[in-house]
Design a protein around this ligand. Structure first.
Ligand code: ZN
Ligand code: ZN
Length: 369
């Protein structure tokens, strides 16, 4: 990588005004008009302009300081991982494993986070806004995320001179061997942070609990996830933040059971109520509803209340509410109840006149000879 600071003869901590002055001075000296026919001066003039184009622009300079990226120049990142294949592989773990004092400057997207919220069925029915508190890493506002104390910049690694690799030469009876290894001082990045930001310790991020308001739409179901863009972990070294995923758990409801868009509930009736018919109040998510049970209703019989189910997330319209009848058979009867039921049974036998299912069964099971 061409060192633009060296080209302009200024230090890496030089202010914008100093860079401008250095450029003007050099540009005057090497200008083609005063060096006619001198190809070396022309080349130098081109170099000076290229350097100033980057360092003279604070935004481009910052990018150059951080990643070494400028017109056609491979980034520090690429150089650092040359020959290692997947740059996001194990090496990253190696550098990030160092914790807060790591020296990696390559930009990386922050991780996604998952938060679980428990909702009641009523909340899922109407939709709700929830404040979710997730401890997460946020970009350090003191250094803007680059981990360098304000007023300073990254320095060229003195160990490898910015190359990111160290070449060893070994002589033996068989000849000279050269090998190269990743620079341990800078982790192969060619630059080091000699002035870590005091607020974040050079990591570029600080951990904090930042409540995130999440809009949960009506109809949300157990296990559904809502993505809140940009509310995950902060990115590293200017990389974008990750996303927050809010996963919904539905608490069990006392009466209502959810089946997709539809709801189910059991309506329990006494034996006589089922036989005589009645009107019952049933719970719905809109409040109580009156349901007329006709005389002679059977256990397991289902009544449908259209549109009393859950709203749909993906389409308009609502599901239905299904009410399943359950008939309660009394366990201990008072003497009076017993007398009445026995009377009922006698009348019932008389009425069926031997055509009840028990008589039919007995006939069916009689030996055939
Ligand atoms: Zn910081
Ligand atoms: Zn180095």
């Amino acid at each position: 990588m061409k060192d633009y600071y060296a080209v302009l003869g200024v230090s890496r901590h030089a202010g914008q005004e100093e860079i401008k002055k250095a450029y003007r001075r050099l540009a005057r000296r090497y200008h083609p008009d005063v060096n006619r026919g001198d190809s070396e001066a022309a080349e130098r003039f081109k170099e000076i302009n290229e350097a100033y184009e980057v360092l003279g622009d604070p935004a481009k300079r910052r990018r150059y300081d951080l990643y070494g990226e400028a017109a056609g120049i491979p980034s520090v990142f690429e150089r650092g991982f040359e020959g290692f294949g997947d740059p996001f592989g194990g090496l990253f773990d190696l550098f990030f494993g160092r914790g807060r004092t790591r020296t990696t400057h390559a930009p990386r997207r922050g991780s996604d986070l998952v938060a679980v919220v428990e909702l009641t069925l009523e909340e899922a029915y109407r939709g709700v806004t929830r404040s979710v508190e997730v401890p997460r890493h946020m970009t350090c506002d003191s250094c803007g995320g680059n981990g360098v104390e304000s007023g300073y910049a990254l320095d060229l690694c003195p160990e490898c001179g910015g190359e990111g690799r160290i070449t060893h030469t070994r002589r033996s009876a068989f000849g000279t061997f050269t090998s190269s290894t990743t620079c341990r001082r800078c982790g192969g990045l060619g630059e080091i942070n000699t002035h870590p930001c005091p607020r974040c310790g050079g990591s570029g991020t600080v951990e904090a609990v930042d409540p995130v308001e999440v809009e949960i739409p009506p109809g949300i179901d157990d296990g559904d996830r809502i993505r809140v863009p940009g509310k995950g972990e902060a990115g590293f070294m200017g990389g974008p933040p990750g996303d927050l995923y809010v996963e919904v758990r539905l608490a069990e409801h006392e009466f209502l059971e959810r089946e997709g868009k539809d709801l189910r509930a059991v309506v329990e009736l006494g034996m006589a109520e089922a036989a005589l018919g009645t009107v019952v109040e049933v719970p719905t998510l809109d409040g109580k509803e009156r349901l007329t049970i006709p005389a002679g209703s059977q256990p397991g019989q289902v009544f449908r209340l259209p549109g009393k189910g859950m709203p749909s997330l993906r389409s308009r319209g609502r599901g239905d509410l299904y009410l399943v009848l359950d008939v309660r058979v009394p366990r201990d009867l008072t003497p009076e109840q017993r007398r009445l039921l026995e009377e009922f049974q006698r009348l019932e036998s008389e009425r069926s006149g031997g055509k009840g299912w028990r008589e039919r069964l007995r006939k069916a099971m009689r030996p055939q000879h």
